[in-house]
Design a protein around this ligand. Sequence first.
Ligand SMILES: [Zn+2]
Length: 137
Amino acid sequence: MDGKEMIKIPNSIYLEMVEHAKRESPLECCGILGGKDHTVKKAFELQNTEKSAVRYSISPQEQLKVFEEMGKDAMEMVAVYHSHTHTIPFPSETDVKLAFYPEVSSIIISLKEEDPMVKAFRIGKEAIYLEEIEVIP
Ligand SMILES: [Zn+2]
């Protein structure tokens, strides 16, 4: 990895994620962003099977379906997103434990403040890196 990592998200998808987070609040929402070369092309909303306000989990079946759909459009998983309805946008201990894809961005939408905050991270075994989000038209 050289230079700063960055993920590009179209404005409409960015807003979709924030809307999804608000709709599910106070429960955490989750989803997958598909695209290519760190550029998001499509958001897939998923069920939080935990139905919890402090953690989330994605069913393997639902994830498989999304992988199939992305495959049809030659997309790959660029990011996994979820919301923090009461805490800051930083990976929780559980998030770190459940980060199975260090090459994929983890996006957290925080609804703690009135203005939602969206942050992206790479969660590695040794460290957590902040990743810049560029909202594109
Ligand atoms: Zn979390």
